[in-house]
Design a protein around this ligand. Structure first.
Ligand code: ATP
Length: 503
């Protein structure tokens, strides 16, 4: 699994999907640039989300608010005082950890120990192996299970009580059972604010400390009445937004999973007070269907309902995806009550209420939020798509099996040889199709190599122009996944490709 992850990271770099930022200056921690294919893939994911939100829901509209916002907003939202991560240092290794993430790693290690035991037994007993029975009776598995449950319960309680000393104790205890750092000499746990700050305005006029937004949601809340009034929106309605967010993450790792500059796709859905929990359930269903529609398989996703709720939430769940490094949060769905609007009312002194014509009264709407990280979605799609296959001639091919509508390039057109008028014919075909979907011309290297290159960037179809094309107007169409080739008329290319790649 670790190996596959490394391969995905280097594939991303080698094929123009993701580069480390400022690479010629040795990179910048946890910041990445998207290359020519990466940015196409990212745009396609954005479109898939945006259209699902705004076209499929007549009562959801989109906005694009500024990254800079009035600093009071972050006071009101609670980010200035409470957007903290618990930090701990190991005095011997001089390594810094996020205490909660470190404890999750210990838990994963204990789980791994149990699984190893099960795998070993599976190998020994083969088909007759009853896994459920083994898990519930084997003493080594049971011992680890008990350990896991103990640590898990202590962890949940410590988070709930915001007990930093207990977090430290859990780390010390876990380090004895399943070492990660190798030493036991820890500092106390400290809170660290994740917001980036900068100065706005010239010094002669004075300047103001402003923050780079750590989430896009607040831009929606402060525009709630602008959109409601100008769009004549009736509750229930939603506002969607895609944009950059910034967090000074302490433990930046796992490639684009945890970055310091990233993109979010968020939607705030405003509902009548008292109706929020049924809307919460509805959005859970809608959002998981959106993920499942990509076709990667149900077993790749799970909900993780929060036991510990933020003070403003009355229900919360994460949609987790089975990344090469385990199930991880890709999207959060939260029932945020009327917390945000009420706080903005308090801090701005402006009313944030809605007049409901059916009920004939004013109220502060409750909010269901769906918040998904675009970069994490990108990583989940790459992980699902990345496939290594043995071909019939014994070679390994790497193919990105993207859902066709998300593929950066939809069709490659290639002349079999670089002469006899074949390149001109291929160019002519592209000229006809390039405004319908993204096409690429390729004439360099053998046809086999060109197919491999297109497989590696996930192009669903390749068309090859040969001498027969000049005689009868037919080409070969090769399918990325089956590698099957069939002869079709040039005039048929458009409809075949279009049917597969257009959402
Ligand atoms: P985590 O617990 O992993 O730090 P979070 O619970 O703080 O995430 P939210 O504040 O709920 O995340 O943000 C919503 C979404 O934004 C997350 O589900 C995730 O997909 C994305 N996201 C959050 N932080 C990052 C980051 N540093 N890099 C990339 N994506 C992120």
């Amino acid at each position: 699994q670790d190996d596959i992850f490394k391969k995905i990271v280097s594939h991303c770099k080698e094929y123009g999907f993701v580069f480390p930022s400022s690479e010629i200056y040795d990179g910048l921690g946890a910041v990445y640039d998207y290359g020519q294919y990466g940015s196409e893939l990212k745009n396609n994911i954005k479109r898939y989300w945006w259209e699902a939100m705004t076209l499929l829901n007549p009562n959801v509209v989109g906005i694009d608010s500024a990254i800079f916002m009035h600093p009071k907003i972050w006071k009101a939202s609670g980010h200035v005082d409470a957007f903290n991560d618990p930090l701990i240092d190991n005095k011997d290794s001089k390594k810094r950890y996020r205490a909660d993430v470190l404890i999750e790693d210990y838990l994963a290690k204990i789980e791994e120990k149990m699984d190893k035991e099960v795998q070993k037994a599976k190998k020994r007993f083969g088909d007759s192996f009853d896994e459920a029975m083994f898990r519930s009776t084997n003493p080594r598995v049971l011992k680890n299970k008990e350990k896991y449950e103990q640590v898990h319960a202590r962890f949940a309680k410590a988070l709930n009580d915001n007990n930093l000393e207990e977090l430290r104790q859990i780390i010390i205890d876990c380090e004895i059972v399943c070492p990660i750092s190798g030493t036991r000499n820890w500092t106390e746990v400290r809170q660290f604010n994740l917001m980036f700050a900068t100065e706005m305005g010239s010094t002669s006029e004075g300047s103001m400390k402003v923050y780079l937004r750590p989430e896009t949601a607040q831009g929606i809340f402060v525009n709630f009445l602008n959109v409601q009034k100008t769009g004549r929106m009736k509750v229930p309605f939603g506002i969607a937004q895609i944009g950059k967010a910034f967090r000074n993450e302490i433990v930046a790792r796992q490639f684009i999973f945890r970055m310091r500059e990233f993109e979010q796709m968020e939607m705030q859905f405003f509902v009548r007070p008292g109706e929020e929990l049924s809307w919460f359930e509805k959005w859970k269903k809608t959002r998981i269907s959106w993920h499942l529609a990509l076709g990667f398989g149900k077993e790749k996703y799970r909900f993780h309902d929060h036991e510990k709720l933020a003070h403003y939430a009355n229900a919360a769940t994460d949609i987790e995806y089975d990344m090469p490094f385990g199930f991880k949060e890709v999207e959060g769905i939260h029932s945020r009550t009327d917390f945000d609007l009420k706080r903005h009312e308090e801090f701005s002194g402006k009313k944030m209420q809605y007049f409901d014509p059916e009920l004939n009264k004013n109220y502060t709407p409750y909010v269901i939020e769906t918040s998904i990280g675009l970069d994490r979605m990108f990583l989940s799609i790459l992980s699902a798509a990345y496939t290594e296959e043995q071909t019939s001639n014994g070679e390994t091919r790497v193919v990105l099996k993207f859902p066709a509508p998300l593929a950066p390039v939809k069709l490659a057109v290639m002349p079999l040889v670089k002469k006899d008028g074949l390149p001109e014919k291929a160019e002519e075909i592209i000229k006809d199709l390039r405004f319908d979907f993204s096409c690429q011309y390729d004439e360099k290297d053998s046809i086999g190599k060109r197919y491999r290159r297109q497989d590696a960037i996930g192009t669903p179809y390749c068309v090859t122009v040969d001498h027969q094309t000049l005689e009868d107007g037919t080409v070969t169409l090769r399918d990325r996944d089956t590698m099957e080739q069939k002869r079709i008329k040039i005039s048929e290319i458009h409809d075949i490709v279009d049917a597969k790649v257009n959402m």
